[in-house]
Design a protein around this ligand. Structure first.
Ligand code: NAD
Length: 483
């Protein structure tokens, strides 16, 4: 049976107020591993977004809004349990829709379940405080939901990003309107169906698939939306922030990155190597927190380049279901962008290249991973987000230069420090401009518990972890004068 035949929902339908109904016209669904069209996706627009916002607003006033925090947590726990039961199916769908190797897709499905579990447990643990004030007053704070939250997500990690943003929003009692990416919407629909089966009241989650400039723009500018959560490119992030400014609503922007790993001469290179490479090539480099820059203290630069090159030569690229190191890129357009970047490499800069397997389908969007040693820190390859399987190794002389290069791009999402010196680890953690700093690791397994977000053009606001619950709620101060 083909993965698309295993769907337990109709992808031409959208989900509003607990009802599934067709949206037309439709958009083609492509399998990036083959380039073949495998189905059709409903294309909602402004009218469907209007209805979804109305349904979410009604849910806030209705059954969903009346649940206690503990009851919301119980629903989320039930969703998490059902996601876990369907993890293999979800992984197969995601691998086919996004092109990611099956085991990476499975890890994403498990992460989606973890988000539900984490926010299930957190839902009834968000508390206000009492504030000492004037004689005769009692002052306290209440954490309340924004109301209707809009969620616009990208195609690279659909399950994880839906999990972190919708999970936290629901835990706080918001009602959500989700606009998945047109390139990869299937698991968002699958998730909605699972949530419905798990007992999520109608309208608490609404999913409208469609194009960014249609459904996405309608959602971000809708006056009935009280908070926007956007994950995607800087260019679209600007549009979302402008729309939020017009309606004067808060917005969380999770944008791109050019995240560095700093390898000092005293680093344990055996421990570092798998992280140095995996952080760059995972999901074919289409990861906001991809580590596309490896900065190495000059005395060990040649050694790092040659050891990374050795591993790169072994990397294999092929269809998602072949479950190799790397799958295809999401689309022909993304492949063109990456190839245009790679064509900018100075002569002799390619230190190693992986290999596309011989029987990879000719219509798939494959790019062999490339390790580059040569472009300096100011080269566009070292400054701009490539969003493909390429890493640049850059030498530095000392801590000051390492920090200057690391902090020298417009982005600031993630950074890591490889060193055996505790004092240096602490210094670097403070000096690096990033939303997350890892010491002698990278990504810490993606932990749902760890607040995540950027500075600079990587965006603002935090998702994941307990911190996200503050973002998805608003604080009310109550001052009672009782004498
Ligand atoms: P994108 O900005 O093109 O699209 C993201 C979403 O925005 C999609 O759902 C799309 O339909 C929608 N959209 C597009 N135009 C819109 C408009 N005018 N109004 C409203 N919505 C619109 O990004 P992408 O190509 O899907 O994803 C790649 C980018 O996302 C990269 O820059 C990557 O770094 C970033 N990203 C960031 C994170 C993070 O957590 N920081 C995670 C994943 C991806």
């Amino acid at each position: 049976m083909k993965p698309i035949d295993r769907l337990w929902f109709d992808p031409t339908e959208i989900f509003i107020a607990g009802n599934w109904r067709p949206a037309s016209p439709t958009l083609p669904i492509e399998d990036p591993s083959t380039g073949f069209e495998i189905g059709q996706l409903g294309r909602g627009g402004p009218a469907e977004i209007d209805e979804a916002v109305e349904a979410a607003s009604a849910a806030r006033q209705g059954d969903w809004g009346k649940l206690t925090a503990a009851e919301r947590g119980r629903v989320l726990a039930q969703i998490g349990k059902k996601v876990l039961e369907r993890a293999d199916d979800l992984a197969l769908i995601e691998a086919t829709d996004v092109g990611k190797p099956l085991k990476q897709a499975k890890a994403d499905a498990i992460a989606l379940a973890r988000y539900m579990e984490f926010y299930a447990g957190a839902a009834d643990k968000v508390m206000g405080e009492t504030i000492p004030y004037l004689d005769g007053y009692t002052v306290y704070t209440l954490r309340e939901p924004h109301g209707v939250t809009g969620h616009i997500v990208p195609w690279n990690y659909p399950m994880q990003i839906v999990g972190r943003s919708v999970g936290a929003a629901l835990a706080m009692g918001n009602a959500c309107v989700l606009k998945p990416a047109e390139e990869a919407s299937l698991t968002a629909l699958a998730f909605a169906r699972i949530a419905q089966e798990a007992g999520l009241p109608p309208g608490a989650l609404n999913v409208v698939c469609g194009l960014g400039e249609e459904a996405g723009a309608a959602l971000s500018s809708h006056p009935g939306v009280h908070h926007l959560s956007f994950t995607g490119s800087v260019a679209v992030g600007r549009l979302i922030q402008s729309a939020a400014a017009t309606n004067v609503v808060p917005v969380t922007l999770e944008l791109g990155g050019k995240s560095p790993q700093l390898v000092f001469a005293d680093a344990d290179l055996d421990a570092a190597l798998p992280f140095l490479i995996n952080a760059g090539i995972q999901n074919a480099g289409q990861t906001c927190s991809a580590s596309s820059r490896i900065l190495v203290e000059r005395t060990r630069y040649d050694e790092v380049v040659s050891r990374m090159a050795e591993r790169y030569t072994d990397l294999r690229v092929g269809p998602a279901l072949a479950d190799l190191d790397i799958g295809p890129l999401i689309s022909a357009g993304q492949k063109r962008i990456v190839e245009t970047f790679l064509a900018m490499a100075p002569p002799g800069a390619v230190a190693a290249r992986g290999r596309i397997i011989d029987d990879a389908p000719s219509g798939g969007h494959y790019v062999a991973p490339v390790l580059l040693a040569g472009p300096g820190p100011e080269h566009p390859l070292s400054r701009d987000e490539i969003f493909g399987p390429a890493q640049i190794v850059i030498p530095f002389e000392d801590e000051d230069e390492a920090v200057a290069i690391a902090n020298g791009t417009d982005y600031g999402l993630v950074a890591s420090v490889w060193s055996e010196s505790g004092a240096r680890q602490m210094r670097m953690a403070r000096r690096l401009r990033a939303g997350q700093v890892f010491i002698n690791n990278y990504g810490a397994g993606g932990g749902v518990e760890l607040p995540f977000g950027g500075v600079g053009k990587s965006g603002h606001g935090r998702e994941k972890g307990f911190e996200a619950l503050y973002g998805f709620s608003t604080l009310k101060t109550v001052a009672a004068r009782h004498g």
